[in-house]
Design a protein around this ligand. Structure first.
Ligand code: HEC
Length: 144
């Protein structure tokens, strides 16, 4: 059985040690060499792409980083999976894109907007996801 002063020392010592570990891990996480956000490649085009993504509610149907609707394919790694040209065709199409049955909205985007969305997908596709890449919605596994 600990005496009162031993218990206090145990509590204060334990708190100090875990606090120092916490501070150390925080510093480690924020070291530039451990960056996982790929922020260096965020340029104006990426920001514009993100705005287009938000204002058109793409997440109503698609997931990105696993968040959003499960109606349409996961798009975090869409550039790896499909390539720039395919994605641009989908976004610029004047007809609803639907080779696999469900309909994508026919946005008929101009080239600049489609390029911006592609830039956004490229940035997000290069984020280090600690292996989340393997956890995607079922539709994104459909290949052709
Ligand atoms: C109404 C639901 C809906 C909305 C909103 C929507 N999409 Fe889609 N999208 C789909 C569906 C369904 C598909 C799959 C079509 C197919 O392959 O048959 C698709 C396919 C795609 C693909 C090709 C994915 C692949 O793996 O083949 C891209 C890229 C894409 N959408 C981007 C977007 C972007 C960017 C937005 C917002 C500007 C958006 N979508 C909004 C339903 C939607």
């Amino acid at each position: 059985m600990l005496s009162k002063s031993q218990a206090r020392a145990f509590f204060l010592g334990g708190t100090l040690v875990t606090f120092l570990i916490f501070i150390g891990l925080t510093i480690y996480s924020f070291m530039p060499s451990n960056d996982q956000t790929n922020y260096a490649s965020i340029d104006k085009n990426v920001v514009r792409g993100k705005e287009i993504w938000e204002s058109n509610n793409c997440m109503g149907c698609h997931t990105i980083l696993g968040e959003g609707g499960y109606y349409a394919p996961e798009l975090t790694k869409v550039i790896d999976r499909r390539g720039d040209a395919y994605v641009k065709i989908v976004l610029m199409s004047k007809q609803p894109w639907q080779p696999r049955g469900r309909k994508m909205v026919a946005y008929g985007m101009n080239e600049a907007d489609a390029d911006a969305v592609v830039a956004y997908f490229k940035w997000i596709g290069k984020i280090d996801l600690n292996g989340f890449d393997r956890v995607v919605s079922p539709l994104s596994k459909v290949k052709n």
